[in-house]
Design a binder for this molecule. Structure first.
Ligand code: AMP
Length: 589
């Protein structure tokens, strides 16, 4: 497949903010892509080479990319750097520099998607002291033969600055139209993606055999399943009604969700966003085979930091000591954890996700072998039938150091990749106070003044609306940041600056810079009000009005384990708005 077909489509996608148009361009591209190249095209659309859980990192130092452009174009590195400064992006700079060269030479030979992909893979796996030189050679071999647009996108892929505005949802819609004949095929595609977390593999199967290709996907050990998520409950009474008068309540521990896969004589661990995090948990790797009574299994649990004799839960932040390249083994000894299993998805060749929760819990209790020192266990659980019993369990859980409780419908299967009312979370502070926390996506920044010069002093935050696949602004936040926070956020956000507002982002405000919607932070606020400028939950409470947070404050917590699509939704903001109105009425009595 000619790479120009792909880079041409990338160019058209970059030029539009309309979701409909994006989908149309994608459908056209997927139809013209040969089946055996589809997976590679889908990974590249996502700015990657392999599914996220494989952790294949594309990358090259900016200086090396400048050298490669100079080498291929005959320009000096200094003039490439000048173009870089002017354009604000190395990909765009390469396009400009190579356009000049193209005018003075014959048309370049076209290169194929297969060749670009193969070379990018080689670049991703290049290691060692000479690797930057090798990468420069690989990149410039591609740039020699690519046209100017192709060169631009090769560099954007390499530098991680490709921003096409296509989310997984849009790709799945387009796949359904292109390869199953209508949007109806989307359900099978989504189900396959939910159990495999590999959209490229699903796309290729669908390109080869239509919906049947997607239906053939099942759960496999060492391939993460997309997690089931919970909705918020406002209070015990409402939660119990939603659950049909009876459900299980479990502790909601504040740690890191771990999906533990055991099989083929090895253990792997995946995070809530399906990244492989095995290297941070050598203790799970060592002990899971003994703690889990099956040759092959997929279990989910919460890994929680503990004090030395594992009698007390410690705050989430303590787990971050393990998040490093070197010295993980030492951190593991110094900061012990416990793994509190709450679900089982697969046992010895049998997928059990479709079994009701009550049966899965029984299986789990039979599988997990609690050990003497409290490392592994099933999460505490109780069947509740009254609001009073639920309230007691909330108190008990909080006394034990939890955030609150999780409620689980006895009849519900494990719904991979979806948030629904079969799991509800009930945190104590949600019940009637205004000081609730929300996880919001950073979509824009305003430059700081005074002490905050050189950082983003104020951030523009958004909720996520899954139905429309849009991030809608809900507030600006400028308080709660320590100097360290400001530095850290600047490091995280600068690489995510985009020149145009992302197609999935909307706000009535114009920040100094827009970001690709990727970073999620936790904020609290004193109140939720109607707003003419912020667009979260637009029209849901009053026509022409969105919702805004008043006096929002950063809690200090960047939710690194959450992807932008896991952020609080407009609906959650509406629920909070309504509960606030309700409690104001109750307070007036
Ligand atoms: P939240 O991150 O606030 O949306 O809450 C959901 C998260 O709570 C899950 O992703 C888990 O990491 C965590 N969690 C803690 N205890 C449980 C439990 N008993 N069942 C499910 N998730 C739990």
């Amino acid at each position: 497949m000619d790479f120009s077909a792909l880079s041409g489509a990338f160019g058209r996608m970059e030029g539009t903010s309309s979701r409909l148009e994006l989908t149309e361009i994608l459908v056209g591209l997927l139809r013209e892509t040969p089946a055996d190249v589809t997976a590679r095209v889908v990974y590249m659309l996502q700015g990657a080479l392999r599914p996220g859980y494989e952790g294949v990192e594309l990358g090259i130092a900016e200086r090396s990319a400048v050298r490669a452009i100079a080498k291929s174009s005959g320009a000096t590195p200094a003039s490439v750097e000048r173009a870089f400064k002017r354009e604000g992006d190395l990909g765009a700079a390469a396009e400009k520099v190579l356009e000049k060269k193209a005018q003075s030479t014959l048309a370049a030979a076209d290169i194929t998607v297969e060749r670009v992909y193969g070379t990018l893979m080689r670049i991703a796996s290049a290691e060692g002291p000479r690797s930057q030189d090798l990468k420069v050679r690989y990149v410039s071999s591609l740039l020699n033969d690519a046209d100017a647009t192709g060169a631009k996108f090769i560099l954007k892929l390499l530098l991680g600055t490709l921003r096409l505005g296509v989310a997984e949802n849009t790709i799945m819609d387009a796949l359904a139209v292109a390869h199953t004949g209508s949007r109806d095929g989307r359900a099978a595609i989504e189900a396959a993606y939910n159990v495999s977390s590999d959209l490229g593999a699903v796309a290729e199967a669908v390109a080869l055999s239509g919906a049947a290709g997607a239906e053939a996907f099942g759960v496999e050990v060492h391939r993460p399943v997309r997690p089931m998520l919970a909705e918020r409950a406002r209070d015990e009474g409402g939660a119990l009604a939603k659950m049909g008068g009876e459900c299980s309540a479990e502790y909601k521990l504040d740690g890191e969700r771990v999906q533990v896969h055991v099989g083929d004589a090895r253990v792997s661990v995946y995070s809530r966003s399906n990244e492989e995090i095995t290297r941070f948990y050598p203790d799970i790797v060592e002990r899971a085979p003994r703690a889990i009574g099956a040759a092959e299994a997929i279990l989910e649990g919460e890994a929680v930091a503990m004090n030395a004799d594992r009698t007390e839960f410690l705050p989430f932040q303590e787990l971050m000591h393990r998040r490093k390249k070197h010295g993980v083994e030492r951190a593991v000894l110094k900061y012990p954890i416990s793994v509190n299993f709450f679900d089982v998805l697969y046992v010895d060749g049998v997928p059990v996700m479709d079994e009701p929760y009550a049966e899965r819990r029984e299986r789990l209790e039979a599988l997990v072998r609690p050990d003497n020192d409290g490392f592994a266990r099933c999460i505490p659980r109780e069947v509740v039938k009254t609001a009073a019993a639920m309230a007691d369990f909330v108190e008990e859980s909080i006394a034990a150091g939890c955030e609150g409780i999780m409620l689980k419908s006895h009849r519900s299967p494990y719904r991979a990749g979806s948030r629904g009312s079969h799991w509800l979370k009930l945190k104590r502070e949600y019940r009637n106070e205004l000081g609730d926390s929300l996880d919001l996506v950073v979509i824009g920044g305003f430059f700081g003044r005074g002490r905050r010069t050189g950082s983003y002093g104020t951030l523009l935050l958004a909720t996520y609306d899954a139905d429309r696949d849009m991030f809608s602004s809900i507030c600006k936040v400028g308080t709660g940041f320590t100097d360290e926070d400001l530095d850290r956020l600047y490091q995280m956000l600068s690489p995510r600056v985009v020149l145009r507002r992302d197609a999935r982002v909307e706000s009535g405000l114009e920040p100094d810079v827009w970001f690709a919607p990727e970073v999620v932070i936790e904020v609290v606020a004193s109140e939720i009000t109607l707003s003419p400028t912020h667009l979260a939950a637009m029209g849901a409470v009053r026509k022409g009005h969105g919702l805004a947070l008043r006096f929002p404050k950063f809690t200090g917590r960047v939710r690194e384990e959450k992807s932008a699509e896991d952020a609080s939704s407009g609906e959650e903001a509406v629920a909070l708005y309504r509960s606030q109105v309700k409690s104001a009425v109750a307070g007036a009595d």
